[in-house]
Design a protein around this ligand. Structure first.
Ligand SMILES: [Zn+2]
Length: 426
């Protein structure tokens, strides 16, 4: 048998192990928020990977957002060096999962298997991908014990809430610096035949319109911040939305509806606070003096963030020119630059070749509409040779009855192991 055949054999031998590992990971309810059981899942993986010859580091992201004694932000980095110098291939998975939500017909933390599917919160996003990468590494080591370089596997916190207690923290500590790691694969559920090169950019901001409070029976004595916001929203509809729809990208974003600039208005609030549920009290009659919206602008690699922001400032100034008493404030909340790895990058070429070998079809290249931890590896770690590649259907992420296909996990594990063979083998 050649190395590729040995790898396939070793992964086929581990099918039950792959299932059991995925079920075990799902059964640790690493809910974020608030950040439960992070240490438990790191300990579980530490024991397993130590048994497979990895050196283990457990790293708590002290003082990261959300880190506290009740919910410490624990991360695991496991490294296994080969028998000769060479590159390091790093598989990074987040171990946190989002809330369960409504509509489940299965136990969200039961790890139930039926046919080819394992169900549970995080099955697809992304404990299935994490399990596939562990099996891929173990099978590769068995098939090619004398590899060169090093293999790393990390399980990191808080991707679902921005990654600041996870990959961002590790990147700031140098864990993704180019002298330590040369290739990164993030096994997010982008489907087993697709290579995700990067993501669009993000800008979140809060816009507040300001007025003056007065009695609701004499609104002419006040200045209604909600009416000012109405004018802002009308201007967004009339001028900004058509402008954004006209901006197209060469990035292969999926779904195709996201191949343009987009804007969501995440929330709106004006005037007195909402009454508490069950309250029978009547509201007081006041002219609202504040109204706030939070906007979520997704931008393209062809755009500059300064111009993205300037479009909104110009819009607000246009409203101001038409409304003499209009006043506003705008506050930045969050921003991420778009990123896209080159198709000629080594990890991309190796993964494309492995997909063709395992699945017998050409890899598709995609870009994610939303961001994930690649942003930190790129901006903080300064490592460009990074992709997302893993089993699962992105549409199932965060849904009720989330599931992962065992066959897809096994196929992806073969692809990941062949990437190791290409970059570290022989
Ligand atoms: Zn994810």
């Amino acid at each position: 048998m050649d190395l590729a055949q040995r790898i396939r054999f070793e992964i086929d031998q581990r099918r039950d192990d792959l299932i059991a590992l995925t079920q075990d990971l799902i059964r640790i309810p690493t809910l974020n928020p608030p950040g439960r059981h992070y240490r438990e899942i790191c300990d579980y993986l530490a024991e397993r990977l130590a048994h497979s010859g990895f050196g283990i580091e457990l790293i708590r992201a002290h003082d990261a957002p959300g880190d506290c004694d009740a919910y410490p932000r624990w991360n695991l980095v496991a490294r296994r060096a080969g028998s000769a110098p060479g590159d390091c291939v790093h598989f990074n998975s987040h171990h946190d999962v989002v809330e369960v939500g409504h509509g489940w017909t299965r136990d969200p933390f039961g790890g139930e298997i039926e046919g080819d599917r394992i169900y549970g919160r995080g099955a697809c996003d992304m404990k299935g991908g994490l399990a596939a990468s562990v099996i891929a590494a173990e099978a590769f080591i068995a098939a090619c014990p004398d590899y060169r370089g090093a293999i790393e596997i990390s399980a990191t916190a808080d991707e679902e809430s921005g990654g600041y207690g996870g990959v961002a923290y590790l990147a700031a500590q140098g864990y993704f610096s180019p002298d330590r790691v040369q290739h990164v694969i993030i096994p997010e559920p982008l489907h087993k035949d697709q290579i995700c090169l990067g993501h669009r950019g993000v800008w979140w901001a809060e816009i507040e319109t300001q007025g003056r409070i007065a009695h609701g029976s004499m609104p002419f004595l006040g200045d209604c911040a909600v009416r000012h916001m109405g004018a802002v929203l009308a201007e967004i509809e009339d001028t900004l939305m058509p402008l954004l729809a006209s901006k197209h990208t060469a990035m292969p974003v999926i779904p195709p509806g996201a191949r343009q600039s987009t804007l969501n208005i995440n929330s709106i609030h004006g005037g007195a606070p909402e009454p508490e549920a069950g309250s029978t009290a009547l509201p007081a009659p006041c002219v609202p003096d504040r109204c706030r919206i939070i906007i979520d602008r997704r931008f393209l690699i062809e755009e500059q963030i300064d111009e993205v922001k300037a479009e909104v400032t110009r819009l607000l100034e246009r409203v101001k020119a038409q409304r003499p008493s209009f006043a506003y404030e705008i506050r930045d909340l969050f921003e991420v630059q778009p990123t896209m790895t080159d198709r000629d990058a080594p990890v991309v070429r190796s993964t494309a070749a492995a997909i063709a070998a395992v699945l017998g079809r050409e890899a598709a290249y995609v870009v994610s509409p939303g961001t994930y931890d690649q942003k930190h590896i790129d901006r903080i770690g300064r490592l460009k040779n990074c992709i997302a590649y893993g089993p699962g259907e992105l549409a199932l992420a965060h849904q009720p009855d989330e599931w992962i296909s065992v066959t897809d996990m096994a196929d992806s594990a073969k692809v990941m192991a062949l990437v190791l063979a290409e970059l570290l083998g022989g």
